[in-house]
Design a protein around this ligand. Structure first.
Ligand code: GDP
Ligand code: MG
Length: 440
């Protein structure tokens, strides 16, 4: 995925981390190569220049932060600056009921509508789809087909009237968590399309307007995002077709300077090839650092509150912390895709096992939510009668409550054993994975 950009950048990081000595000259050389790599992935030259200038200033002109080697400082600065270049984290779609999809013809709208419905489905939300594209003859059937694949209802207006379809869809699906509207596209944002989208927007009053832009547009993505934004008030961008283009970096960087933030990325034709866009995680992967390092990086930046980190390492972490851990795993995407990102684990875990694990996590969450605050903070007080009550309250079995408590105890022990500076190393992450029920 994101092949050329990722290969180029991770090669640089490799050079930086394995080079015998890192001096000013080595940093200069790395920056020259970095600029080349960015331009090759169609990052706008002005953005690339500014980025390189900032890294140079921070690493070569300013004083080295105490306790850091030049090598570490350069690595961290490159990471931080790439995160800035590739955008900030967008807020999710929580509670967004009416979602309008817009974008030019062939950008991947219809496919992405289904991907989003599937994504919401995995989070336990019920969505329904409404076909508003009657411009291209086979479009409603394409949506219908996709809906069938994932078991999500699709409304089509037989008279091929998008405004009627919108009205009917809103009535028909009033009880659903989310209604997603798939509009028509054109080859360009011409007056006809502009009028149609404007009218539909006024009629539907969407809580969210998502613009789909294919990654192969590269830096041109910026103009398109701005045009659509002016017209319909785009609240988020989805970059589709991130797989198989050298220009993905360009599209992301270009969009990040617009008002509309990238919320999701499409990474393949299949319905599940869709991810929440998190620039930090994305950059870690680009640089070949893997998510373990990204976790470390986060801890370093004190985003993982120092108290929490300390508590974890002392083995003092509570069920509340455990719940937060589970939730943040959830936020990072499905358990499977996380495991796949960990070097040495990828692909080794059978699908069914992953699915079972994910639903287990969901149940754990429900169980923890049924506990009192005191129980979460002092799990040792949870005796048999409390287990019974918690099981009843959460609708899970007593055995499951006990299993959760066991896993929590194991994770706690493991955290304690990891104390000290090294933190989560590969082997230890494997251990952690084991605590969550994986066998190697
Ligand atoms: P629309 O005209 O905007 O509705 O676009 P479609 O959803 O019909 O998609 C156009 C083409 O792009 C289809 O062949 C899709 O399979 C393909 N497509 C959509 N998203 C992705 C993606 O993330 N990766 C790849 N490789 N292809 C995609
Ligand atoms: Mg379509």
């Amino acid at each position: 995925m994101f092949d050329s950009l990722s290969k180029g950048l991770s090669g640089l990081i490799n050079r930086l981390t394995t080079g015998t000595s890192v001096d000013k000259k080595a940093v200069e050389e790395i920056l020259v190569d970095m600029k080349k790599i960015l331009l090759q992935s169609d990052v706008d030259i002005k953005l690339a220049d500014e980025l390189i200038a900032r890294i140079r200033k921070k690493t070569l002109e300013e004083k080295l932060p105490a306790g850091m080697t030049l090598r570490e400082h350069v690595l961290k600065t490159i990471y931080d600056e790439l995160v800035v270049l590739l955008g900030s984290q967008a807020v999710g779609l929580l509670g967004k009921k009416r979602i309008l999809f817009v974008g030019l013809f062939g950008s991947g709208k219809t496919t992405t509508v289904a991907k989003l419905a599937r994504y919401l489905q995995k989070q336990g939300l019920k969505s329904a789809l409404v076909a508003l594209d009657y411009h291209r003859p086979a479009a409603p059937q394409q949506l219908e087909q996709l809906g069938k694949q994932i078991g999500v209802p699709v409304h089509i207006n037989l008279k091929k009237d998008p405004y009627e379809a919108a009205k009917e869809g809103l009535q028909k699906f009033v009880k659903y968590d989310t209604i997603i509207f798939d509009t028509a596209g054109r080859n360009a944002l011409d007056k006809e399309l502009a009028d149609e989208l404007k009218k539909l927007g006024e009629q539907i009053k969407p809580d969210e307007v998502l613009l789909v832009i294919p990654a192969d547009l590269g830096k041109v993505a910026r103009v398109q995002a701005e045009e659509f934004h002016k017209l319909v008030g785009v609240t988020g961008v989805i970059i589709s077709k991130m797989d198989g283009t050298a220009k993905a970096g360009g599209a992301l960087a270009a969009t990040s300077v617009t008002n509309a933030k990238v919320k999701f990325i499409g990474v393949g034709e299949k319905i599940d090839q869709f991810e929440l866009y998190d620039p930090k995680r994305f950059v870690s992967r680009l640089l070949g650092l893997g998510d373990i390092e990204s976790l470390l990086e986060k801890a370093k930046e004190a985003e993982l509150k120092p108290e929490t980190a300390e508590k974890m390492l002392e083995g003092k972490f509570t069920l509340q912390d455990f719940l937060e851990q589970i939730e943040s795993l959830g936020k990072m995407g499905s358990f499977g895709s996380i495991m796949k990102m960990i070097p040495g684990l990828g692909g080794k875990i059978p699908e069914e096992m992953l699915e079972a694990q994910e639903s287990k996590m969901k149940n754990f969450r429900v169980i923890i939510q049924s506990m009192t605050k005191q129980e979460r903070e002092n799990p040792s007080t949870i005796n048999q009668s409390r287990i019974k009550r918690i099981a009843k309250g959460s609708g899970r079995t007593e055995a499951e409550v006990r299993e959760l408590l066991n896993q929590y105890e194991n994770a706690k022990k493991l955290m304690k054993s990891m104390g000290g500076a090294a933190g989560l190393q590969r082997g230890q992450f494997k251990n952690l994975a084991k605590q969550f029920g994986f066998k190697f």
